[in-house]
Ligand binder design. Structure first.
Ligand code: NAD
Length: 359
């Protein structure tokens, strides 16, 4: 029986269209092999949407996303739109998409591919075999808490932000993290600052209570300052990490950089119902846009995350990840990950060798 999925493509700006074209070809090839049909609809977001409509997230784009099974986003932004007022900036479109689809969970893997080990700034024996998933709460915590602002304070000024989580917000991100850990090595580390913050104590209590529903996952807790140290000292100890918005913002960047190659990193943002958004961690790379220099692998791996976490098609996800592994083993490299003795290819050619690996 053929399975059918509606995918909204948001290529965005800069290198977005080039890397999206590669990901679409890869998805079609995998779909043909496994009997999955993808119906793609393309919609504008970011700078290209500003140019076309004046709005970085046109209503039609959000409506199209809502009607689909998953959204594959590339990247938005560029020099041209950097000086516009905030409401009309490309980033505002991205934030609007996240809140419009109520994407409260951000999943960012940091996997060391053996072929790219020398791209990391850490020693080989420390990072070899690292495979971490950071699950970050995305719509709560200090980035959204009220009150916030800069206020007068008896002749002085006072800057205020509020770190607050409700129990249900913690449970909802906790469940995503336990489920992700189940699909991985079954170990979950919850990161907080429960020795100082009440909100973290609540976080720890709620996550601990949830563990009763996941007897197949081994739960541990770590303070965020220690987690930052442990990520650099011995990252192999981690499998899945769950944490709040602020800590997750920082730790997911640190974990990602263990891999040393921004052109390789995918991510997923999920809500409780409705489509998730799958996108590379990198931006629109305007410095190399339109020159066939972009590395499409982060976008291709985002498509694999879409299959695994958004559409529940693990076999198709495995197939893509195996193909990425194969082309790296064959020595193909785009400029950002090039090393001595390897075969330099552009974005399109990387797509071609991926299709050969899938054939
Ligand atoms: P960037 O990630 O676009 O680029 C940083 C550096 O990495 C550049 O030298 C770029 O050429 C390189 N790079 C990035 N992706 C690459 C790839 N796939 N292959 C090869 N090289 C790659 O970050 P930036 O330069 O800080 O930002 C550029 C624009 O992207 C800005 O307008 C920014 O606002 C936007 N941005 C968007 C997102 C997003 O859409 N989620 C994220 C970050 C930045």
């Amino acid at each position: 029986m053929t399975q059918q999925f509606r995918i909204t493509l948001l290529p965005g700006d800069g290198i977005g269209p080039e890397i999206t074209a590669v990901a679409v070809d890869v998805l079609k090839a995998v779909g043909t092999k496994l009997g999955i049909q993808f119906d793609f609809t393309e919609a504008p977001i970011g700078g290209c949407a500003i140019d076309a409509t004046g709005n970085p997230l046109p209503d039609e784009t959000l409506a199209t996303c809502r009607q689909s099974d998953a959204v594959l986003l590339a990247a938005i932004g560029g020099y041209k739109w950097d000086t516009l007022p905030r409401a009309q900036r490309p980033e505002t479109g991205l934030l609007g998409l996240r809140s419009g689809l109520q994407l409260f969970a951000n999943l960012r893997p940091a996997t060391i591919l053996p072929q790219l080990i020398d791209a990391s700034s850490l020693k080989r024996d420390i990072i070899e075999g690292v495979d971490i998933m950071v699950v970050r709460e995305l719509t709560g915590g200090i980035y959204f808490g009220q009150p916030r602002g800069i206020f007068d304070a008896n002749g002085d000024q006072r800057g205020v932000n509020t770190l607050a989580y409700t129990g249900s917000e913690i449970d909802r991100i906790g469940r995503v993290a336990f489920e992700a850990a189940k699909k991985r090595q079954g170990r979950l580390c919850s990161v907080d600052k429960a020795n100082v913050l009440e909100v973290s104590q609540l976080w720890r209590d709620r996550i601990t209570a949830l563990a009763a529903d996941y007897s197949d996952v081994e739960l541990s807790h770590m303070y965020v300052d220690n987690a930052a140290m442990q990520l650099l000292r011995w990252p192999k100890q981690f499998d899945t990490i769950v944490t709040g918005n602020l800590f997750g913002d920082i730790l997911s960047d640190a974990a990602a950089m263990l891999t040393g190659s921004i052109g390789m990193l995918p991510s997923a943002s999920l809500g409780s119902s409705g489509p998730g958004v799958f996108e590379p961690v990198h931006g629109s790379a305007p410095d190399i846009a339109g020159q066939d220099k972009a590395n499409p692998l982060a976008q291709v791996l985002s498509a694999a995350m879409m299959l695994r976490y958004g559409l529940n098609q693990p076999a198709a996800a495995d197939m893509i990840e195996t193909a990425v592994d194969a082309v790296l083993n064959q020595g193909y490299r785009t400029g950002d990950i090039m090393a001595d003795g390897m075969q330099a290819v552009g974005c399109k050619a990387m797509g071609d060798v991926l299709l050969q690996a899938l054939a």
